[in-house]
Design a protein around this ligand. Sequence first.
Ligand code: ATP
Length: 487
Amino acid sequence: MSKSTTAVMDKIVSLCKRRGFVFPASEIYGGQGSTYDWGPLGVELKRRVKEAWWRSMVYDRQDVVGLDSAIIQSPEVWRASGHVDGFTDPLIDNKTSKQRYRADHLVEARIEKYRRQGKEERAAALQEKLTAALGDNQALRRLILEEGIKCPVSGTDDWTEVRQFNLMFQTWVGPVQDSAAVAWLRPETAQGIFINFNNVVTATRKKLPFGIAQIGKSFRNEITPGNFVFRTREFEQMEMEYFCRPEEAERWFDYWQQERFRWYLDLGVDPEKLRLRQHTSDELAHYAAGCGDVEYLFPFGWSELEGIANRTDYDLKRHTEASGVQLSWFDQERNEHIVPYVIEPAAGCDRTAMTFLVDAYDEEGEGKDRRVVLHLHPRIAPVTVAVFPLVKKEGMPEKAAEIEQELRRRFTTAIELNQSIGRRYRRQDEIGTPFCVTVDGDTLADDTVTLRERDSMSQERVPVSELAGVIDQRIADWRRPEKASVA
Ligand code: ATP
């Protein structure tokens, strides 16, 4: 990472800690590498992300239902899905530093370096070589040596062979820790959906095409986690499996790519920093007929937020073969069993929350007017309205509490009594609160308050009786403002 990109990320990480979005996990014991706890504001942010996702994927539609499957399933699930044999990353060790790296990530870092230096052609050529080498341990190692890639810790290039390492966390179920008791924590929520296909069809009588959506924790023993909460070993996924007739799969694949791309834009993400990238045929997972990634331009480069894949009938067929239970849909009109194709939009909740934070972060003004602000979409912001009494006397705190209580029925609210009004605005700006309401001497006389907007900093007098309606309208009309800084 260049100095300026680390600087921006450092500021965001520090804001997250200071204001209670994200804390390093097990901090009082020195921390647990790349593991994080979401604080009081962070948990609200994540809830909003999940609510927005569930609303658009389940509530706003007729054709998708929800599910919450177990994290620990029968080990047979992961044998059938291919995860026991195939869910691996290529690892390489540096003999001097004893550090272990993902071989493909070492090459990707080099490609990124070329890009930063403006060497687009070299970057593209190396990307092509990397794509060709994926899945071939020797070829990957050759590429690292050819490029003269050195260990960032020891500065040497005495690399071991490349080996495949399974990413699933293993545990034992029950009192005996033998091989018969081995189980895995799920590395994706999708398989819990496939194995419940018949149950859901029977229970809901859904007809093709239809989807099953799930939000929940997944676990991967990532070797090179990092970039804050972008890649961690424990994370929440938001996945939906959309089952359709095989001949309609292409159409739904296109549809879901557009739909998911639009979701990020609707929640205010900078269109200049969002792109949909199609996987090349070499990059595709063995089960996929197509995959498009929604990518965001983070300070550390373009990175995946979500993958939309055409998983074909691979998973249902694998589980049918392995379990002996036919997973299919009976078409009464045509009197035949169909094994549906599956389109899967798979997103990460933590990654999305981080994207909103990074995308919203801005520094504006100079000197005493300087402010740090999160231009979060009002639907995503942890607090929607903060209420302040101008001073802590003359009945203002009581009036503020009364107004806050009323607003609390419709919005997430906060009340702040201390410091100057200017300071209180700044503190709310920093956590992305879109609206502040100030109760002053006039409020007690004419029942109006000052409504101040985060992005424009404009202030206007609004009758208390109209406050909730005005805020609702502003939320509906919200547009992402231009950012002031390059942050
Ligand atoms: P990557 O290439 O970044 O490892 P992936 O292609 O393996 O991701 P999928 O298996 O498609 O990811 O998972 C779907 C989504 O889950 C990802 O787009 C991402 O948002 C999220 N996700 C996957 N792994 C992690 C992780 N280790 N930490 C946080 N989020 C993750």
